[in-house]
Design a protein around this ligand. Sequence first.
Ligand SMILES: Cc1cc2nc3c(=O)[nH]c(=O)nc-3n(C[C@H](O)[C@H](O)[C@H](O)COP(=O)(O)O)c2cc1C
Length: 139
Amino acid sequence: MSAAPALSLQEIILSGHVVSGHGRGQVLGFPTANISVAADAPTPPDGVYACLVTIEDEHQIYHATMSIGDNPTFDDVKERRFEAYIHDFDRDLYDFAIHVSFVALLREMVVFPSVDALKEQTMRDVERSRQILADYTQR
Ligand SMILES: Cc1cc2nc3c(=O)[nH]c(=O)nc-3n(C[C@H](O)[C@H](O)[C@H](O)COP(=O)(O)O)c2cc1C
């Protein structure tokens, strides 16, 4: 049997239920929805992405910045995480099904020397993501 053809970034839809993380996101100022993704689902490479998110059967589209990887700044994260920081949003999404589509790769995952350095870069990521998504959705 031949292998499935590779999907482009824009063709991947990530779906899964929101599960608990380590709870550090609140402290960092960027609380994320951790999505439980099926092991055999097609996923983009590790990195930080500008994304569009929908929640269960709601029709609204939310803008988000997504981190994929094992959070290498911290030693206690053993598996690949799919975390969405949804912009201007403060609902608790625990156990909700969410769907993510990818608009652009912002950068690769990085090991930061301090939590402050991670926080500063995350602020810049979200700023850039907001601009990319505003341009994208106004096209
Ligand atoms: C926009 C964004 C970029 C991120 N980039 C990195 C990164 O480069 N390196 C890293 O170790 N963690 C990165 N993270 C993940 C954070 O380490 C993680 O969200 C935080 O530790 C909270 O995790 P928790 O929900 O398990 O508590 C990023 C998170 C966001 C939202």
